[in-house]
Ligand binder design. Structure first.
Ligand code: PMP
Ligand code: GLN
Length: 397
């Protein structure tokens, strides 16, 4: 038999799975993988139970529960001014991941160039690789992690098929401005490039900034695909319900993949979510989301203020990047491993930043930074602060 060759030779277990498993093994406080340690709203849980009692147990439609798609269309129009059809431009799938993956498989042909801004979520690179695409990695600015216009201008050419953006960004928490959307529109005007915008942390934006979607730009709408996740905005990452909005011709293509890799998902969850979001409780939940998470970010940062940790407050999302270079010289993987493996009661699991830098470009040296998830209840945040302040390397300095 001919030697067997992996299609993803450089891919191992994701850092999120690795760090959560290490946290469990060593009894460390887990502030690594991005999930809340509190429950979805009680009304939402009840509506999902009710949907089960009402018999929503069989396949949901391939495109998704119609009531849910109608809510998504109304919400999108209200937030961004973009009108999209629930029938032909919205598809619900197994989390945003499944639809980002399906979109990349549907769009990218072997040899197509795909521009990705780094640091970025770890899903994009293997998905592009499986489709046979060529990655062009563009580093975000090192200070505020916003995009570097000149670097992006160099990378986007007539060969570019797809530009993948993530607003707000995981891991950095950076969001975009309307001016930056206009700049992107200018950069791709003369090309055939599409934009795939991952907006799973969409409404969680702080300090009075507006929650921005790529769909706010009329110039970008006709060539943009936007992925979102109910897991994030409803504190229910394990339910794995997400959606993608795309122009009809691209929705047709995405559904050709989606109907064979996922087809249909979580019927009672979709129905319960649709009922919840159409209710006053659902609307109240969404309008409180940004202040709710901002309070958590502020609590974490206040706890670390005056210490040797350095940080720029996350503008959005539920992660905070922390710079440990003032007190530890080791690389980010080494520090996160050793801080997680401390004796019981002291260990803390964080995420190193290097896995967010696609492997292909070795010139991008990841900074000495780690990511903390602050989607945690007050007791966990306070315990996390104590553990971050009492790390052995910090004590020595
Ligand atoms: N994109 C980003 C930037 C993420 O952080 C995540 C993490 N969950 C996802 C996509 C996947 O979302 P979902 O859980 O809905 O698949
Ligand atoms: N998106 C989550 C994070 O960034 C992890 C999801 C996963 O484990 N794949 O932490």
């Amino acid at each position: 038999m001919a030697p067997w060759k992996s299609k993803l030779p450089d891919v191992g277990t994701t850092i999120f799975t690795e760090m959560s498993a290490l946290a469990q093994q060593h009894g460390a406080l887990n502030m690594s993988q991005g999930f809340p340690d509190f429950n979805p709203p009680a009304v939402l849980q009840e509506l999902v139970h009710q949907s089960m009692r009402d018999g929503h147990h069989q396949y949901a439609p391939m495109a998704g529960n119609l009531k849910l798609r109608e809510w998504i269309a109304a919400d999108t129009e209200q937030r961004t001014g973009h009108t999209c059809s629930p029938d032909s431009e919205i598809t619900v799938g197994a989390g945003a991941s499944s639809l980002i993956f399906a979109a990349i498989q549907a769009i990218v042909h072997p040899g197509d160039e795909v521009v990705v801004l780094a640091p970025c979520y770890d899903l994009y690179q293997p998905a592009v690789q499986l489709a046979g695409g060529k990655l062009r990695i563009v580093p975000l600015k090192s200070g505020n992690f916003h995009f570097d216009f000149d670097a992006l201008a160099d990378a986007i050419t007539t060969e570019t098929r797809l530009v993948i953006t993530n607003i707000p960004n995981n891991p950095t928490g950076a969001t975009w401005t309307l001016e930056e959307l206009d700049q992107l529109a200018d950069l791709i005007r003369e090309t055939d490039a599409l934009i795939l915008s991952d907006e799973v942390y969409g409404p969680m934006v702080y300090d009075g900034q507006s929650a921005l979607s790529i769909l706010h730009s009329p110039a970008l709408r006709e060539r943009s695909l936007v992925a979102a996740s109910f897991g994030k905005i409803l504190h229910a990452t394990g339910w794995k319900i997400g959606y993608i909005i795309a122009p009809k011709n691209w929705t047709d293509e995405i559904r050709k993949v989606h109907q064979y890799d996922v087809f249909s998902t979580g019927a009672p969850f979709q129905e319960g979510i649709a009922r919840f979001l159409s209710s006053a409780s659902g609307q109240a939940h969404l309008s409180e989301l940004a202040p709710f998470y901002q309070e958590k970010r502020d609590r974490l940062l206040k706890g670390l203020a005056g210490s040797q940790w350095r940080f720029e407050p996350a503008e959005a999302g539920y992660f905070q990047v922390l710079d440990y270079s003032p007190f530890d010289e080791r690389d980010d993987r080494a520090v996160t491993q050793s801080w997680c493996k401390q004796p019981k009661g002291l260990g803390i699991a964080l995420i190193p930043l290097s896995p967010f830098y696609p492997a292909q470009d070795s010139s991008l040296k990841p900074p000495q930074k780690v990511r903390v998830c602050f989607a945690k209840n007050t007791a966990t945040l306070d315990e996390g602060i104590q553990r971050l302040l009492h790390l052995p390397s910090l004590q020595k300095k």
